[in-house]
Design a protein around this ligand. Structure first.
Ligand code: AMP
Length: 471
């Protein structure tokens, strides 16, 4: 199957049966902001109408009290989105909301539907009109076109036509339906919260950190191939697709999720610290300090320091308030982008041999700037340690990775990368240690970005191009 659609990283949230559904969705999205900073949106249902608001920007910027006042009802879904494939317009922001023969429905999606382009071409041939370029809209068309009479049945039929990664939240006039793809690439957790007047309601989120903020309790995960329907009749869980081999995204544990979340039933912090410990065993260094690249390298650096006995120091400080818009000085300043975000602490680095810990190297350009920054603050040696194996293949399941041509590890040896990033030594964690760190005894994770071994049938656009005979 060809890779279609485009790369998106997202967070989703859903709640049913709470008088403050939209407010809680806002808070849930606030906790999921790290999963996507480009657009945010909420759809709510008051039992008759679906109200939807979405805009470009961060949750707290765009979802104002006035916006929330216009989102009444006891059920809501929400979405934060980040996409890199050029098309960053508002028409791709989610949730998508439509009125069709199944009533009014809204949908939000985390993942990447790998056959979206084929499905879209077929739908367009049959007369469907699309407003956005995002693959999520395809799902709504499949639902609308289904001959099934109920939304749940139409959805089941639609989901069975999809390939790739999807954790979906749907809102209808009188229910919330959530579903996860049969491989379970992206997370989707289920929780419960007490209502102040007695009783309980259900919540769903990409990560459990969203539950912590609103005072909900994590129950378990929506299973791969499972659909959960919450309606006036209560909660119903059903399997819409036969079980497939689980392929949980390991990068959620390496980088993407927040360390205070439980993802795929496992503490992300626990995984990250273990990544650092195993990294210290596989790639020890003689050094004075262990310094993380904040925030992504912090937990692994703590593990590295604990295992090696080398003191942990915050030798790089991150400015957490870097906005989306800033004024670039007209006079070129070298490495301006990285300087906006990070600043070295000279007092901690001067004259020191430093173990610099980060979660991954993608293109290598940021890593090189950071190594230079540490050295310019007086570090004597920089030993770069990466808490995962070399990233050699793009992700087609919802993590933003560039093409193979741009992935430095796809085209260079570790020694070449070390020279490029200008580190004294460079060590990547092995695949077997990564498996061990996330507790993957049953081989349930997807490691495609490190192995090129995709759990579904994928032929990339690049592969197709490469296969074309040259004239
Ligand atoms: P570079 O040296 O340019 O390859 O950038 C490496 C940095 O990118 C590391 O600090 C990673 O934490 C970060 N990174 C890795 N994957 C992603 C991603 N999917 N989205 C945003 N940042 C990422």
């Amino acid at each position: 199957m060809r890779r279609d659609g485009f790369r998106e990283e997202c967070g989703v949230f859903a709640i049913y049966g709470h008088p403050e559904a939209a407010n809680l969705t806002y808070l849930g999205l606030y906790a999921l902001q790290h999963r996507g900073q480009e657009s945010a949106g909420i759809a709510s249902s008051d039992g008759r109408e679906i109200h939807c608001f979405k805009a470009m920007g961060h949750v707290a910027e765009v979802i104002t009290p006035q916006v929330l006042a216009g989102l009444p009802g006891q059920a809501a879904i929400g979405h934060t989105r980040y996409s890199t494939a050029g098309d960053t317009a508002l028409h791709n922001a989610q949730p998508f909301s439509v009125a069709c023969n199944k009533g009014r429905i809204a949908v939000a999606h985390n993942g990447n539907i790998t056959n979206a382009m084929e499905l879209r071409r077929e739908l367009e041939r049959d007369g469907s009109i699309f407003q956005a370029s995002s693959d999520t809209e395809v799902i709504l068309h499949l639902v609308a076109r289904s001959r099934e009479r109920t939304l749940a049945a139409a959805l089941r039929e639609a989901l069975l036509q999809l390939e790739g990664a999807f954790s979906l939240v749907f809102l209808a006039q009188d229910c919330v339906i959530v579903a996860r793809d049969p491989h379970g690439f992206r997370p989707l957790a289920m929780g419960q919260m007490e209502l102040s007047g007695g009783g309980k309601c259900y919540v769903f989120a990409s990560e459990t950190c969203a539950f912590d903020l609103i005072g909900a309790v994590y129950l378990n995960d929506v299973e791969p191939g499972e659909m959960v329907i919450v309606s006036p009749a209560g909660l119903r869980r059903e399997r819409y697709a036969p079980a497939a081999a689980p392929s949980y995204c390991v990068f959620e544990h390496v980088y993407f999720s927040r360390p205070d979340s439980v993802v795929f039933g496992r503490s992300v912090e626990e995984s990250r610290e273990m990544l650092g410990r195993l990294l210290a065993r596989e790639h020890p260094a003689v050094a004075d300090v262990v310094v993380p690249v904040p925030d992504s390298g912090v937990a692994a650096a703590i593990g590295y320091a604990a295992e090696s006995g080398i003191p942990f120091r915050h030798g790089l400080i991150r400015n957490h308030y870097v906005g989306r818009t800033f004024i670039e000085p007209s006079q070129a300043i070298r490495d301006f982008g990285v300087k906006l975000k990070l600043n070295p602490v000279r007092h901690l680095l001067e004259g020191k041999s430093v173990v610099l810990v980060d979660d991954s190297i993608v293109r290598g350009t940021t890593s090189r700037k950071i190594v230079r920054m540490v050295r310019s603050a007086g570090a004597r040696e920089v030993h770069l340690r990466i808490s995962c194996p070399p990233t050699i293949s793009p992700c087609y399941y919802g993590v933003d990775t560039p093409t193979k041509a741009e992935l430095i590890a796809a085209n260079s040896t570790v020694e070449e990368i070390r020279r490029f990033v200008e580190a004294d030594t460079l060590g990547y964690l092995s695949l077997s240690a990564l498996r061990q760190a996330v507790g993957d005894e049953r081989l349930e994770y997807c490691y495609a970005c490190y192995t090129g071994d995709y759990p579904t049938d994928i032929v990339s656009v690049e592969d197709l191009m490469a296969a074309k005979p040259r004239r």
